[in-house]
Design a protein. Structure first.
Length: 241
């Protein structure tokens, strides 16, 4: 985790977002991982309206208040909903292509890495939708993440995030879980994206269970509460001072 930003030539998702914004269509955005079969992200879903969003995303948007930081904002679909509701929103992404699209949609968007220590504005709500906490990459980096959260939160501020507990991948037929406790944390996943001729670098992505999230929040002197649960080990959490 550093101040890394994405070059356009190595930014498959940004290119897909730019294509769809320009023409209303995009090619296949492929997602590869050593843990899963190859998948595809339907680019149109990155431009979804509030009505098209899943329940947990709607919950987070309803909970947002004050000045909002939309982290890893992509096409800006969440920022637009919040702006329509009267919130002041700053959207950040490491993809310059995505930031250009958001700006053309009327969003105050900046090319900033969340972990850039020179970024020290204050926000009433930090929004990390679509498992945005995944940018932490590895669970050992959670203390650094919590320090960043504390730096950016206003005195009465909150961080809203959704994530999933990947233990279901290791569930046996009898309902027990076969997880190697001596190995790496089971929610650490590697991904690589490809779009047309653009191949992105492999990156680490974190899915974190609520108990582990709460442990690191508490260790950092923050409060953590589970606000909603989905049907498949997914949840919304709120972290505050």
């Amino acid at each position: 985790m550093d101040n890394t930003l994405l070059e356009a030539r190595k930014d498959p998702m940004g290119r897909a977002i730019a294509d769809y914004h320009t023409s209303g269509k995009a090619a296949k955005l492929r997602v590869l991982s050593s843990m899963f079969y190859e998948d595809e992200i339907p680019v149109a879903t990155l431009f979804r309206s509030y009505e098209e969003m899943p329940p947990l995303e709607k919950t987070m948007l309803q909970m947002a208040h004050g000045r909002v930081l939309d982290v890893g904002a992509g096409s800006g679909c969440h920022s637009l909903v919040l702006m329509e509701r009267g919130h002041e929103v700053v959207a950040i992404d490491i993809s310059e292509l995505s930031v250009q699209v958001m700006r053309s949609r009327g969003i105050e968007a900046r090319t900033i890495n969340f972990f850039d220590e020179t970024f020290d504005e204050k926000f009433d709500t930090i929004l990390m939708a679509m498992n945005g906490v995944g940018i932490v990459g590895k669970v050992e980096r959670m203390p650094q993440f919590m320090r960043c959260v504390k730096r950016l939160l206003a005195p009465d501020g909150q961080l809203l995030l959704d994530s999933s507990d990947l233990r279901y991948i290791f569930e046996e037929e009898d309902g027990s879980f076969c997880i190697d406790l001596a190995g790496k944390y089971y929610g650490e996943v590697d991904f690589e994206m490809r779009y047309k001729g653009v191949k992105g670098a492999t990156f680490d992505w974190l899915y974190i269970d609520f108990e582990t999230l709460a442990y690191y929040a508490t260790a950092a002197g923050l409060k953590c509460e589970k606000c909603a649960e989905g049907d498949h080990y997914d949840y919304v959490a709120r972290i505050s001072r």
